[in-house]
Design a protein around this ligand. Structure first.
Ligand code: ZN
Length: 412
């Protein structure tokens, strides 16, 4: 064991060794760090140059062999054109699309697969909407561990192909991503699989990976904190993870305030937004029947880490907002043509919601905003292609080319 403890959320028991669930009562495990070497922790945060430099904040022992390939440490990109368009002081984009498999889930899987390997896993399994599945498949391939991935039948084919390309065994499930995760829960113990699903209820080892997004953002912006931080909610773990990262920084005295956390979802699948609007307690989030929409990466009927996400939203004085498919596509194109960043549909909910909250007056002109683009738009190519006009086509003929260009210039 390293410098961390696994503590049961239900009975409070501290685990002796590593476990996925509480050995006494089966409860969900939280990680705890003593923070006793304050100076060493602060210098680790100040001097970090790559993701694994944050190891003192991860539940992993020094002796553990790392399965890594340059995940994390993604750029925080200024987006002045978006700031102008929305009428706010500052906008920046944390571009997680630049991770090895195209999403922030590589952070989770670098830790989870390292841990599974250290614990001697003969196979891993994951329920996913496609992003965590691809990340698990890629890191399991590097670790030489067989990987089973359950995804909904509605998963776009390019996502399924990516997972298969990394050599994983894919099974399509006739249901939502929540159904995939529930199904795995009924068989994984019997099959001897390590369940690396990115939900604290199954895999406590991935839950700290997203704290590093906060560490990296703070370091990149000279320890300034945005007034508002927009994060898409699928399972919800990334929002609460980033918030816990800022809490660490605050506790260590590296930042002077905390960001207001905004959880964004699509209208057709917005369990957390519904609970926020009704002022319900985090434990009272209700499952959405028949999730619908284009943001497939966050179409979780029931967000397994929704409780901690909604708690972080309340604690930070934040907000939760849903947007329509049309608003998502509009935001996606705006980000592309204004800043040169291609965000997946799920990630574009952040931009669309920022625009909406600015219009509502929740976000004000003097505010600074950051949006986490959790995944690359290259993972949603078919969706983007469906909504683009057919390009002009010409013979190999300068006259035709000039006519086509003149037509384009006239159209602007
Ligand atoms: Zn327990």
């Amino acid at each position: 064991m390293g410098n961390y403890s696994l503590v049961c959320r239900s009975c409070g028991e501290r685990c002796e060794g590593d476990a996925y669930r509480c050995p006494s009562c089966g409860g969900i495990l939280n990680t705890e760090y003593p923070f006793d070497r304050r100076d060493a922790l602060c210098s680790a945060l100040r001097n970090a140059r790559q993701y694994w430099d944050y190891e003192p904040f991860f539940p992993i022992g020094r002796e553990c062999e790392k399965v890594t390939m340059g995940e994390g440490f993604t750029p925080l990109v200024p987006a002045p054109g978006i700031a102008r368009a929305f009428g706010i002081r500052q906008m920046s984009i944390k571009n997680e699309g630049l991770n090895p498999t195209g999403t922030f889930k590589d952070r989770c899987m670098s830790i989870s697969i390292s841990k599974a390997k250290a614990l001697g896993a003969s196979a891993v399994v994951i329920g996913s909407a496609g992003n965590a599945g691809a990340a698990a498949a890629a890191y399991a391939a590097r670790a030489g561990i067989p990987c089973y991935v359950m995804v909904p039948t509605s998963t776009p084919p390019e996502r399924v192909a990516q997972i298969q390309l990394y050599g994983a065994r894919v099974i399509l499930v006739r249901g939502s991503v929540t159904d995939c995760i529930d199904l795995i829960a009924r068989v994984y113990r019997e099959r001897g699989w390590h369940n690396v699903t990115t939900a604290s209820a199954y895999n406590p080892f991935q839950a700290d990976s997203e704290k590093a997004i906060a560490y990296e953002m703070a370091k990149a912006s000279g320890w300034e904190v945005p007034d508002w931080l927009f994060v898409p909610i699928g399972g919800g773990g990334i929002l609460s993870g980033i918030y816990r990262g800022y809490l660490d920084l605050f506790r260590l005295g590296l930042v002077k305030k905390l960001p207001r956390m905004v959880g964004t979802q699509e209208e057709g699948c917005c369990a957390v937004v519904n609970a926020f609007r009704a002022g319900r307690k985090p434990a009272q989030i209700e499952r959405v029947e028949n999730p619908a929409g284009i943001a497939v990466a966050i179409a979780d009927a029931y967000p397994l880490d929704g409780e901690t996400a909604l708690q972080a939203i309340y604690d930070s004085g934040g907000y939760s907002e849903s947007v329509s498919s049309a608003e998502i596509l509009e935001a996606q194109r705006l980000l592309g043509r204004t800043e040169g960043i291609f965000a997946e549909a799920a990630s574009s909910t952040t931009l669309a919601a920022a625009k909406k909250l600015r219009e509502k007056g929740v976000v004000q002109a003097g505010d600074s905003v950051a949006c986490v683009v959790t995944g690359s738009g290259l993972k949603d190519l078919q969706l983007a292609a469906r909504h683009m006009p057919r390009p002009a086509e010409v013979e190999i003929d300068p006259e035709q080319l000039n006519r086509a260009v003149d037509g384009m210039e006239a159209a602007v």
